[in-house]
Design a protein around this ligand. Structure first.
Ligand code: NAD
Length: 416
């Protein structure tokens, strides 16, 4: 992965939208900074009796349009700069799909694969307790992100509820359904991605059945995307990967078999009938669609020219650096940016929050129908704007989202 600074990338993206929108420097200065940044160093008792201090973050970027919303990530690369970028991207994502939230992101710098389940639980509960003063169902609502899941959200919900003295399901989203989670939330990011891709293929006059796809990352977003693109759109998934490397089969992978193999061996590699490839090779395969769905900064100026897909759809946050954006655009590759492509997750999180606040729950098909409407309409707005403005899809998405946020800020005014 490249070592560029994700926050600087996020700032550059806002600045180019701000220039196109002719925003004044004072407003831009608000947009490129986070409103609040909490850094917490907190102790956790390890299984062997020793004490370890972890560093965690919660960055709240902008709440002009509603409470802060954003995931919690556990990874050794978690840093304040990364959280700043991810929080900012959440602000644009929520504005773009028209849900009433601002942007936030949090995480703990740790290697979750080296922690036992009970260490993860104690770390999560203590982190949630430390976050309690700045989160809440009307303040800031965390959700899962890389290496956190529905169980992590259950622990956060329980720790927060213990702190305030009553159960507060709406303080997090991405919970299990038995705790007030929403039907369909688990796969919603990938389902939303599928809706965007369906529309993009239609616009490009490509049939899904005649198209091939490579997916980098086989976690929540990547594995569900591979399954849905194959089972519901009828696409041929020719390659997938995880942190250990990838596999390739030009005649199409059986995603159920890949999941079972990963479950049994801990990796997608060495699947009988498929060829092992590296993550770098996966990005450069001959295919119609490339779905980066792991971590950030994998498509750079060094490999963008070698990408052969005619469509790139960003399941991950920040997988493409600005210089690579330009190279892809100039060679006619349509890139559907993260703030649009993976917004299905936060959209279903919004549905979950609404259901929790009303204590009324929807069926899976209601959730999926609403998600389809939201994503299809957002895709249409971004495509129309990119055609009208003569820009790439990312710039078009930013212009729409930044304009929404600025309108809310102007209507509210500056306090006092
Ligand atoms: P996850 O932890 O479930 O899965 C991450 C996957 O990436 C794993 O398969 C892992 O093996 C793989 N991976 C890690 N390092 C890699 C590397 N160097 N090369 C290739 N693969 C690697 O995480 P997730 O929830 O699927 O999130 C993936 C991305 O999608 C992140 O960028 C996240 O911010 C973004 N995202 C997630 C959601 C969501 O609802 N979970 C929503 C929007 C965006």
């Amino acid at each position: 992965m490249s070592s560029s600074n994700p926050y600087q990338v996020a700032v550059d993206q806002v600045r180019s939208a701000a220039t196109a929108l002719k925003l004044d420097e004072g407003t831009v200065n608000i947009l490129v900074r986070s409103r609040r940044e909490l850094v917490i160093n907190f102790p956790v008792k390890m299984d062997d009796g020793s004490l370890r201090v972890f560093t965690g973050y919660r960055v709240q970027h902008n709440n002009a349009r509603g409470p802060y919303k954003g995931g919690v990530r556990y990874h050794p690369s978690v840093s304040l700069e990364e959280m700043r970028a991810l929080a900012m991207w959440m602000t644009w994502k929520c504005a773009l799909v028209g849900i009433p939230f601002g942007g936030a992101k949090g995480g703990v710098m740790c290697d979750p694969k080296q922690l036992s389940r009970s260490e993860l639980e104690r770390m999560t509960r203590r982190f949630a307790w430390e976050l309690s003063p700045v989160i809440g169902p009307h303040v800031d609502i965390p959700a899962p992100d890389a290496y956190t899941n529905a169980q992590t959200m259950s622990w956060i919900m329980d720790a927060y509820s213990a702190n305030v003295g009553h159960s507060v399901p709406a303080v997090v989203t991405g919970k299990p359904v038995s705790l007030g989670g929403s039907e369909g939330r688990e796969e919603a990011t990938s389902r939303g991605l599928m809706h965007c891709l369906r529309e993009a293929l239609r616009y490009r006059k490509l049939s899904p059945q005649g198209s091939t796809v490579s997916v980098q990352g086989f976690g929540n977003v990547g594995s569900n995307a591979a399954r849905l693109l194959r089972d519901e759109l009828g696409m041929k998934v020719i390659a997938v990967s995880d942190s250990t490397g990838g596999i390739y089969d030009p005649s199409g992978l059986d995603i159920k078999k890949v999941s079972e193999h990963k479950e049994a061996t801990g990796s997608v590699r060495d699947l009988p009938s498929a060829t092992n490839i590296t993550n770098e090779e996966l990005l450069e395969l001959e295919c119609t669609v490339l779905v980066p769905a792991a971590l950030g900064e994998v498509i750079t100026e060094h490999n963008a020219d070698d990408i052969k897909a005619s469509l790139v759809i960003e399941g991950a946050n920040g997988p493409t650096l600005p210089e690579a954006d330009r190279i892809l655009y100039e060679k006619g590759c349509m890139l559907i940016p993260d703030v649009l492509a993976n917004a299905g997750g936060v959209t279903a999180s919004y549905f979950e929050w609404v259901q929790d606040l009303q204590y009324q729950f929807w069926t899976r098909s209601e959730v999926n129908q609403r998600l389809d409407r939201t994503m299809t309409s957002a895709f249409g707005r971004v495509l129309t704007s990119s055609l009208n403005e003569g820009t790439d899809m990312r710039t078009a998405a930013y212009m729409l989202a930044v304009r929404e946020v600025v309108t809310a800020m102007e209507l509210r005014g500056i306090y006092p």
